[in-house]
Design a protein around this ligand. Sequence first.
Ligand SMILES: Nc1ncnc2c1ncn2[C@@H]1O[C@H](COP(=O)(O)OP(=O)(O)OP(=O)(O)O)[C@@H](O)[C@H]1O
Length: 367
Amino acid sequence: MSTDSTTTTTDARPRELLQASNVKKHFPLDEGLFDRLFGGDQVVRAVDGVDLTVHAGETVGIVGESGSGKSTLGRTVSRLYEPTDGSIVFDSEHIETYSGRELRPIRRRVQYVFQDPMSALNPRKTVGESVARPLAVHDIADGEEKWERVADLFEEVGLSRSQLDAYPHELSGGQRQRVGLCRALVTEPDLIVFDEPVSALDVTLQAQILNLINRLQREFDLSYLFISHDLTVVRQVCDRIVVMYAGEIVERGTARDIFENPQHPYTRSLLDAIPQVDGGRRSDRKHLGGQPPSATNPPSGCRFHPRCPEFIDGRCSGEQPSLQSVEGDGPDHEAACHWLDPSEGERATHTPPSRAEREIIQESSGD
Ligand SMILES: Nc1ncnc2c1ncn2[C@@H]1O[C@H](COP(=O)(O)OP(=O)(O)OP(=O)(O)O)[C@@H](O)[C@H]1O
């Protein structure tokens, strides 16, 4: 995989707030007795050599199917998880090896918003107390000032002061997610990692929360990493998007590049699967066939090749394609696909394998 270009002083772009290089997060396999005895040192390769940059003030989306490694990447670069390998630079500080006290200022400056805000709220405490707690933990404010800050934030996100005394179970899903936003904002962070923040909400509430997230970014000068499996959601908030498959980035670019000129067959499959509104009726155009591969024993070469409708015999299963620039688009647009290699000729000359052929390929790769 190639590395994100580094911002130099001549670059007009905002500064790099977060830069992760070749980040890996492998988990020990939850083995049975047989595996423990004979399985060797197998691991779950949840994130397997990823480069990721977030510039100040921008929103970077991470998309991919369930199990592609989105949450693990978000948790690793925000140092909720310790990386297995790679470097993570936050505001010019190498944080990949930080622990304990060293991580405290990072915890204040990098916040995480979960899909289920209940997981960050204590069911026995009022939501006001839960939001106020980080102010005490980080010695930011106490007493009257602490409560003023929390009450102001409640109003900022569309909650009332009287809801400070509510318990989480007394609030609706949308209200709880607003409380989750308050809890993330209260330490005045620079970066917020949103992990499927609206997946549990209906479409109307989703739109309200996404508008709120956009407004808060402008008001508080925030940078976002936005994890979602839902491309329609990502489109509404992201400046740049990275597409993950089986622990790796297969394509990245501006939101416009990804939606208007997708290059990787996996990205195109994701886009094709977005439900379309046709004459007032929603219809699914295409579904990506097959299952995501094992994170323990991913396919050789391009990890997507067993499911790829544009598989090149021999090459795709043999060599791992590296991210390369997409001709004609900006420097941000890169994809990892052998079809981008000019020596392979025109994409259009290739005949995709039939469904039966794909099943044989999948079987022979052991997926
Ligand atoms: N704590 C863990 N221990 C072992 N394996 C894990 C752990 N967390 C995640 N995994 C595995 O790592 C891979 C990536 O999971 P991850 O949750 O990061 O994917 P995801 O793209 O966020 O999916 P989802 O949208 O379903 O959360 C999966 O195979 C998952 O089973």
